[in-house]
Design a protein around this ligand. Structure first.
Ligand SMILES: [Fe+2]
Length: 300
């Protein structure tokens, strides 16, 4: 009986059914809070994007002038942040913590003592001066608007800084870290793109971001289920995908379609501080993201 249950659980149709039920149940939680459109969009986009893909970047390649590599490869390097801006962002990160820390090292030591792998990040989206500085240095908005094929008043965004700790001396750190950092695809809204900026130097072993490059339109159904997957499992089912690790000095930045499989890695040599910016179609995002997402157009 146990074996039969296990076999059923591993069958694709069972996984699809469970996904359907989970999405439906979560949709109802929006409805029960009076957010009918949130419930509708959650149900619609979780199925649509996981099964059929991101609406952003899906037009003909000729439509993309500033973002051709992003449309083709799924990611592209953009301008780096200046040293001054990186320093300001690190300061902001420390100042936004509930406790006082004299430096990032102090923050990291304290979290290590508490055995935390991934302390919660902070949102900087409402800090207009900082956001404008970041957008300007990255020359970001023209690319985001082109890629999403949307105007500023049709885009919602979030901006978070978070830190991955190298907690290699703490018990079972690897197991706990790997669980939090397995390969996955983001399903954030109907059309979306993300920008990432390293705020610390990232070499091998510093929590580098990894992406599986290659057409995700060819994914087998088993990999379209919303889940986390190991590298070996993915390569077995989709051998055309190629692993790419992203290294760069502090300030290094790129745009990415995170409906491609991606993950952060477990830092074993040094911490990783990173700014993540998410740009989403307002149509769905304003209903499903009830916190930390804001209109890009300051007049809204
Ligand atoms: Fe992700």
């Amino acid at each position: 009986m146990k074996l039969l249950k296990l076999i059923i659980k591993k069958t694709l149709i069972f996984k699809v059914l469970i996904q359907f039920i989970n999405i439906f149940r979560y949709s109802l939680s929006y409805v029960s809070r009076g957010n009918l459109l949130g419930g509708f969009y959650w149900f619609y986009l979780r199925h649509k994007v996981s099964l059929l893909g991101n609406s952003a970047g899906s037009k003909f390649y000729d439509n993309y002038k500033l973002t051709a590599p992003l449309a083709k490869e799924g990611l592209m390097q953009i301008n780096s942040l200046s040293k001054e801006t990186v320093a300001k962002l690190e300061k902001l990160f420390l100042e936004s913590q509930s406790e006082n820390y004299s430096s990032l090292e102090d923050f990291i030591d304290s979290k290590k003592r508490k055995n935390e792998v991934r302390p919660s990040g902070i949102s900087i989206a409402l800090n207009k001066q900082m956001i404008n500085q970041v957008f300007e240095e990255l020359d970001l908005l023209p690319k985001v608007k082109e890629y999403l094929d949307l105007q500023e008043n049709e885009i919602y965004f979030s901006a978070n800084i978070d830190c991955l700790l190298n907690v290699d001396e703490t018990p079972e750190f690897e197991e706990r870290s790997i669980n939090a950092l397995e390969f996955h695809r983001d399903i954030d809204s109907l059309a979306f793109v993300k920008a990432f900026c390293y705020l610390s130097n990232i070499n091998n072993g510093c929590g580098e971001h990894q992406v599986l490059i290659g057409p995700h339109t060819k994914l087998p159904l088993a990999l379209r289920i919303i889940s986390r997957f190991s590298y070996n499992e993915l390569i077995k089912k989709a051998p055309h995908l190629k692993l790419k690790s992203i290294y760069g000095a502090s300030g290094y930045s790129w745009l990415e379609d995170t409906t491609m499989f991606h993950r952060g890695t477990v830092p074993i040599k040094a911490h990783r501080l990173m700014l993540s910016l998410s740009f989403n179609d307002a149509r769905s995002a304003k209903h499903i993201h009830e916190r930390y997402y804001y209109p890009l157009d300051p007049k809204l």
